[in-house]
Design a protein around this ligand. Structure first.
Ligand code: UDP
Length: 396
């Protein structure tokens, strides 16, 4: 029996998108080639790092929620070719030994990074070995992609949009290293879509009034509560379905509030395709995965928030493609919902069609095929390391 291909995914639980992307690709590979053909562990590159980096999955939602401006400043200050190289080198200096130890202990056929900050330090650790597996970057930001994503030594860099492709070129990658595939969304997402009526029945969402689905990423970030209250206050002919994600405090606050509209409140959900298909309007933070999923579900979106830096370009992308609108305050969101509902079902259907037009549900399969092909590639020899070894053998 041929041994399973060992495919390492480098990710982190900073937000929900990185794990979601890795799981999507892994499960597409398993669907195509069978579970016995693949052994695909995940490495949370921050968790194996030293303090304080090892707390990044906890810090990240806190920083973005409480110190948005400084996060944005940090993002912008680090986002030049030279500064990104400097910060990556610092991360490597402080944590490279841990990555090297990890890679020395295990053999992989291919390594896939779905995390910007971890890409360069982990590739550098691999390049310290005499030979290493091919390294593929799958960029999981949509448009305003940070220079951290792009390392010229990567074998392949798969990007979601043309804008991300152009940024890769500007960062020094060659056209033959880059490919626009779209953002990977789990195959089960598309498979779960069975029509609005079936979705509503499954969720037990009764009534004919349009449904406004609200979500703010996996961590429930930003002014979701205030935005929901502003929509509720208008007393429109609609229903609310609010997802707090992993933010337990937000869920408790939403549950304690009184609502004049029919309102359902959820914690972290595992049935996003059904919820998106059943809904008529999405109110969301400009998260790349959520935007991509909404496009596949044909759900027009009102973006109420964007993480400074990495998500700002997503707003332009959605607005320019007329897949949604930007409404950066609770009252603007409420007003936009009111206007969309007043335009009637035909206008809403047209908005839904424009959202669907930016979808690329095949992305996950294209990415899985690339990774599978690279898993058959011979290891990449590091000539400098090999030379050093043969020199020392000769000296002996
Ligand atoms: N998500 C989910 N359940 C929830 C909330 C979010 O499965 O209760 C998923 C959502 O479908 C998407 C991801 O978490 O796949 C959120 O990623 P996004 O890039 O939108 O934002 P992030 O959480 O990374 O800031």
């Amino acid at each position: 029996m041929t041994p399973p291909k060992r495919i390492l995914f480098i990710m982190s639980d900073t937000g929900g998108g990185h794990r979601a992307a890795a799981e999507a690709i892994r499960d597409a590979l398993i669907a195509k080639h069978g579970a016995e053909a693949i052994d695909a562990p995940f490495l949370d590159g921050f968790r194996v790092s030293r303090f304080p980096m090892n707390y990044m999955p906890e810090f990240y939602p806190w920083i973005v929620n409480h110190s948005k401006a400084s996060w944005g400043l940090g993002y912008k200050l680090s986002n030049s070719k030279r500064r990104a190289a400097f910060f990556s080198a610092t991360m490597y200096l402080t944590n490279g030994d841990r990555f090297r130890k990890f890679f020395r202990a295990q053999r992989f056929d291919v390594v896939v990074s779905v995390h910007s900050v971890l890409t360069r330090p982990t590739l550098r650790a691999l390049r310290s070995l005499e030979q290493r597996p091919p390294y593929i970057t799958v960029v999981t930001d949509l448009v305003s992609t940070h220079h951290f994503w792009y390392d010229r030594r990567t074998e392949r860099c798969l990007v979601p949009t043309q804008a991300a492709y152009e940024r890769g070129l500007a960062s020094g990658l060659k056209p033959e290293q880059l490919r626009v595939t779209g953002l990977p969304v789990h195959p089960r997402f598309t498979q779960a879509l069975r029509g609005k009526a079936a979705a509503r029945a499954e969720l037990d969402w009764t009534g004919d009034a349009p449904i406004v689905l609200m979500v703010a990423g996996g961590d429930g970030m930003g002014p979701l509560y205030e935005t929901a209250q502003a929509i509720d206050a208008l007393g429109l002919n609609c229903q609310l379905a609010i997802i707090a994600g992993k933010n337990a405090a937000l869920k408790a606050r939403l549950e304690a509030a009184s609502w004049q509209l029919p309102t359902r409140i959820y914690g972290f959900v595992r049935n996003m395709p059904t919820l998106m298909e059943a809904a008529d309007i999405l109110v969301t933070k400009a998260g790349p995965a959520t935007i991509t999923e909404a496009a596949i579900a044909g759900l027009p979106m009102i973006l109420f928030d964007a993480i400074p830096g990495q998500e700002e370009g997503n707003v332009t992308y959605v607005v320019d493609n007329r897949a949604g609108e930007y409404a950066p305050s609770p009252s603007l969101v409420a007003e936009t919902v009111r206007r969309w509902l007043a335009e009637g079902p035909q206008a809403l259907a047209e908005r839904a069609a424009r959202a669907r037009a930016i979808a690329n549900p095949n992305a996950v399969w294209d990415i899985a095929d690339e990774i599978w092909a690279w898993a058959d590639h011979a290891p990449i020899i590091n000539p400098r390391r090999q030379r050093r070894r043969s020199d020392s053998v000769r000296r002996r």
